[in-house]
Design a protein around this ligand. Structure first.
Ligand SMILES: [Zn+2]
Length: 340
């Protein structure tokens, strides 16, 4: 049975409104190491779109506010979103979305657009989990403390270790000292501001003595011209995702304002469009964030909480479901689960 039919039968049976939900993707690319499950292979992504197309579920994000307000909505609907602005969105996701004629929204963290800079979490993965040899001891100078770690035998990346990391995801206990170091550093770095993160990454780069052009090429953000071409395509919508991707509640109101405003400004001047949708970096926000979004004219904002959109949903707190690297069959099962 087609999912749509099945869903309709479900919600009629329980006399509830039809499900409306937002999918969250990050990357469409084959990655060997992906501890946060952010990448979906192009092959799997195409299978997802095939299912969505066949079930006629996808709508452009500009419809979502109307849909929230419409209490008599009778159609299950689904929205496709991407976070961060990776170049693989342009190179791999865009052609498949176009082939299936399905709308999607891209939330862009603007600082790295058109630069060779990568997100710190990707470089951390590459340095710690992918360096063939690392020094045994790591000593880092943090602003208020020191951090030491002894990698012992894990300083050499054996085939066994490499395979352990390939199947590991960071919500599971770390299977090696390298993975433990990765988790410790990730936890520390994610709470810092941009310039502090860069300072620590500089120390780590020097310590690891590693530079890989392949890594950079696979992990950079879009060029400005690519982003522009996305924004000029009526199939696609662009939203803001801050400038440097901080955890917003860690910043004071002025700093948050600047982060949000800079990304909005950049995207508006580049696209000549009004940017009024936003995705919270890592799903984190506080009362200040909500006030700033309202005062800057944002109409919708998206969290990372897996929740259906209901008539009672606050348009600045719309939940999303993260899509993992699932086959078509697995994706279909997930959709049915989420929508029932
Ligand atoms: Zn993000």
């Amino acid at each position: 049975m087609k999912i749509k039919k099945w869903i309709k039968r479900q919600w009629k049976q329980f006399n509830t409104s039809p499900p409306v939900l937002v999918l969250m993707y990050h990357r469409v690319i084959n990655l060997e190491l992906d501890p946060w499950n952010l990448a979906v292979s192009p092959q799997n992504f195409e299978q997802h779109l095939e299912i969505l197309k066949a079930n006629k579920l996808v709508r452009p994000l500009s419809h979502i506010n109307k849909l929230i307000q419409n209490k008599n909505n009778t159609h299950p609907s689904l929205f496709i979103t991407f976070d961060d602005g990776y170049m693989d969105n342009f190179l791999n996701a865009k052609p498949i979305l176009e082939a299936y004629d399905l709308p999607a929204t891209f939330f862009i963290s603007t600082k790295q657009i058109g630069t060779s800079q990568t997100f710190w979490w990707d470089e951390l993965t590459d340095l710690i989990l992918n360096s063939p040899v690392l020094p045994k001891d790591l000593d880092l100078n943090f602003t208020h403390s020191f951090f030491s770690f002894d990698l012992k035998n894990d300083r050499i990346l054996t085939e066994k270790l490499r395979n352990l990391h390939k199947t590991w995801n960071a919500t599971l206990p770390p299977p090696s000292l390298r993975a433990q170091l990765y988790v410790d550093l990730w936890g520390y770095l994610s709470n810092l501001e941009y310039h502090e993160q860069q300072q620590i990454m500089g120390q780590l780069r020097e310590w690891a003595g590693k530079y890989s052009e392949d890594f950079e090429m696979n992990n950079i953000s879009m060029e400005k011209s690519q982003l522009q071409s996305l924004s000029f395509n009526p199939l696609f919508q662009i939203g803001a995702h801050t400038n440097s991707h901080p955890l917003l509640p860690r910043l004071n109101k002025e700093e948050q304002k600047k982060e949000i405003y800079e990304s909005k400004q950049f995207l508006e001047s580049m696209s000549n469009l009004s940017i009024d949708s936003f995705a919270y970096p890592s799903g984190k926000f506080d009362q200040n964030t909500l006030e700033i979004l309202k005062s800057q004219g944002f109409k919708t904002a998206f969290t990372t909480n897996p929740r259906l959109v209901k008539p009672t949903t606050d348009p600045l707190l719309i939940g999303r479901y993260q899509v993992n690297n699932w086959t078509g069959k697995e994706f279909k099962q997930q959709l049915s689960k989420w929508m029932s």
